[in-house]
Design a protein around this ligand. Structure first.
Ligand code: HPA
Length: 288
């Protein structure tokens, strides 16, 4: 039966096996590249690329700026599984389809996910082009990838979300961004379904409930990753200030262009932070 917990497990497992049969690399860190940030994958050494359309159960991204390619390669000698592009609820995918790639990486042995996205800035201190590390989220999508019978092989029925965003990883970003000249914020991400950008009244509401950023992705992936016991770092690129804040209308072009403009800054930060995350995972592995 589609959507049952056992099928969730089997889909993740089949996708994972398909990838493992083709790749010699065994990454412990996964990276999801959001809107306009695909160029980050160009920094990989000797990547093996597999199109999502060829991987069993992977969703096909229909969104511009999302290539739909899994690249396995190394960055700073660290093996990485890079998901170039993601599926969104607004494309018509269910939350459990959206998270197949994250679950597949989890079954492959990935233990930490680095998620990136483009988001609208709500916090007045931000400006277009700012990088913001997520400290927490508010799920306003009205949907959740864990709905349905639970499969204990994947995770607990009621996973804790207190430390959804690893505090050590956030610290690594703070320290490394200081080395690189500073300018990284921390904030709370509100997830909506879209696909329309928000109204100014919705943005005032989101600010009132404690959101610093708004976007249409990431939160399902965080929930799925934490459920499976993976650690999470998430970084948003403020592609535009949110509706009603500047007097300007928001355009898709602006969102993609800001991502592209920021790609090299983002890549520099990732190059600095990934070795710290790899070190953390090894320490944890040797302490258990
Ligand atoms: N709202 C929602 N999602 C977004 C935005 C926004 O303003 N910018 C980029 N993704």
């Amino acid at each position: 039966m589609l959507g049952s917990a056992t099928d969730e497990f089997l889909r993740a497992e089949q996708a994972s096996q398909f990838i493992l049969e083709r790749a010699s690399l065994r990454p412990r860190i996964g990276l999801v590249l959001g809107s306009g940030l695909g160029a980050l994958a160009a920094g990989l050494t000797d990547p093996l690329r597999i199109a999502y359309k060829d991987i069993p159960h992977f969703p096909k991204s229909t969104t511009e700026g999302h290539a739909g390619v899994l690249a396995l390669g190394t960055l700073e000698s660290i093996p990485l599984a890079v998901l170039q592009g993601r599926a969104h609820l607004y494309e018509g995918y269910s939350p459990s389809q959206v998270v197949v790639p994250v679950r597949a990486l989890g079954r492959m042995g990935v233990r930490a996910m680095v998620l990136t996205n483009a988001a609208g800035g709500i916090n007045e201190e931000y400006s277009r082009g700012a990088l913001v590390v997520l400290s927490d989220h508010i799920n306003l999508q009205g949907q959740n990838p864990l709905v349905g019978p639970n499969d204990e092989r994947l995770g607990l029925r009621h996973p804790d979300m207190t430390d959804a965003y690893n505090a050590q990883f956030r610290q690594f970003v703070r320290e490394e961004s200081e080395q690189l000249g500073g300018g990284v914020f921390e904030g709370v991400y509100a997830a909506v379904t879209g696909p329309n950008f928000e109204t100014p009244a919705e943005i005032r509401f989101l600010r009132t409930i404690g959101a610093d950023l708004v976007g249409m992705s990431t939160v399902s992936e965080v929930i799925a990753a934490r459920y499976m016991g993976m650690e999470v770092l998430a970084v948003s690129c403020v592609s535009n200030m949110a509706a009603g804040m500047t007097g300007e209308k928001i355009t898709e072009e602006e969102v993609l262009e800001t991502g592209e403009r920021l790609a090299s800054k983002f890549l520099a930060l990732l190059r600095a932070v990934l070795p710290r995350i790899a070190g953390y995972l090894e320490i944890r592995a040797s302490s258990v």
